[in-house]
Design a protein around this ligand. Structure first.
Ligand code: IDP
Ligand code: MG
Length: 142
């Protein structure tokens, strides 16, 4: 079954939006198969955002993402990668469709409430990158 990695970003955790955000995924019939609250390390974030390493905002992004704890979720379901990206909305909350998580809870282009993997391949890679930090057991079918 397809899986994806979601991060409820630090400001959304600080604002106590974890329950509301998880409910949105569940209301869309997606299954939360793992959840872990953790302070992200810069090593993991640099791997997670490796494609953005040349961007001028890269260092700021890593420091924002490790500014306080985030909640990392693994979701499972048919077409879960694409479904989560739709539910999350456009990267820039100002351009996100009404009803999306980023429209409702995002603040800025950077501080935008949630992350969702962009492809099935990226999801598998991100799950491996985060696996130890979020204690998601290797070999677990879930
Ligand atoms: P995505 O999260 O919608 O996949 P990406 O382009 O992969 O968007 O960027 C990853 C994250 O980097 C975004 O969610 C956002 O937090 C941050 N980001 C993207 N573009 C900018 C920018 O131009 N300035 C500051 N932060 C940005
Ligand atoms: Mg991305």
């Amino acid at each position: 079954m397809e899986r994806t990695l979601v991060i409820i970003k630090p400001e959304a955790v600080r604002k106590k939006l974890v329950g509301k955000i998880i409910s949105i995924y569940e209301d869309n019939r997606l299954e939360i198969i793992h959840a872990h609250r953790v302070l992200a390390t810069s090593d993991v974030l640099k791997l997670h955002y490796q494609d953005l390493i040349t961007k001028p905002f890269f260092e700021e992004l890593v420091s924002y993402m490790s500014s306080s704890e985030c909640v990392v979720l693994i979701l499972e379901g048919e077409h879960v990668v694409e479904t989560v990206r739709k539910i999350n909305g456009a990267t820039d909350p100002g351009k996100a469709d009404p009803g999306t998580i980023r429209y409702m809870y995002g603040e800025t282009l950077q501080v935008n409430a949630v992350h969702g993997s962009e492809s099935v391949e990226k999801a598998d890679l991100e799950i491996e990158i985060w696996r130890d930090l979020i204690r998601y057991e290797k070999g677990s079918k879930r």
